[in-house]
Design a protein around this ligand. Structure first.
Ligand code: S3P
Length: 173
């Protein structure tokens, strides 16, 4: 079984997934890395040269590959739940954990996060908030929801997530 992390950009998926991998022996997989590796260029470049539609298609293919893995913690790109087929594939062998910060938490991280995220670059805070609100419905497609604040460390979230997965789903690596 896999642990699949979903959530808005800068909600902490990658750092928390890395903490789960380090402490609990799951293999770390990041779907953005899979896309960038397959394309041979960065996410920024893919958006710039080919556009979002091509990126989403590549993301779909990466998700199909990721969903066949086992024993992994899979950090997904923030837009993965927009396509229902992605979630159906990931669910076959995965417990879906949604990381859910309030918008304030995201807002405080935006400046740093924008460097590698085309959908945050040159956007007004109002537009980012609109996207954040519009995404909520898609992030509801999850098995577990974890409220994210700045008060806990990635290691603490990792422990919380793994404990719930073990208790509720009997998962063990
Ligand atoms: C996106 C999120 C990004 C990346 C791409 C699009 C989105 O991943 O997949 O820039 O649509 O929310 P992170 O959530 O890891 O930043």
């Amino acid at each position: 079984m896999n642990i699949v992390l979903t959530g808005f950009m800068a909600s902490g998926k990658t750092v928390i997934a890395r903490a789960i991998a380090e402490k609990y022996g799951y293999r770390f997989v990041d779907t953005d890395d899979m896309v960038a590796d397959a394309a041979g260029r960065s996410i920024n470049k893919i958006f710039e040269c080919d556009g979002e539609t091509v990126f989403r298609q590549m993301e779909r293919e990466a998700i199909e590959r990721a969903s066949k893995l086992d024993g992994c913690v899979i950090s997904t790109g923030g837009g993965v739940p927009l396509d229902k087929r992605n979630m159906t594939a990931l669910r076959k062998r995965g417990v879906v954990v949604n990381l859910a910060p309030a918008f304030d938490v995201i807002a405080a991280r935006i400046e740093r996060a924008a460097a590698t995220r085309p959908l945050l670059r040159d956007q007004s805070i109002e537009d980012i908030k609109k996207r954040f609100e519009a995404r909520k419905l898609f992030y509801d497609d999850c098995d577990i929801r974890i409220k994210i604040t700045d008060d806990k460390t990635p290691a603490q979230y990792a422990e919380e997530i793994v404990l719930i997965c073990e208790k509720r789903y009997g998962m063990h690596e």
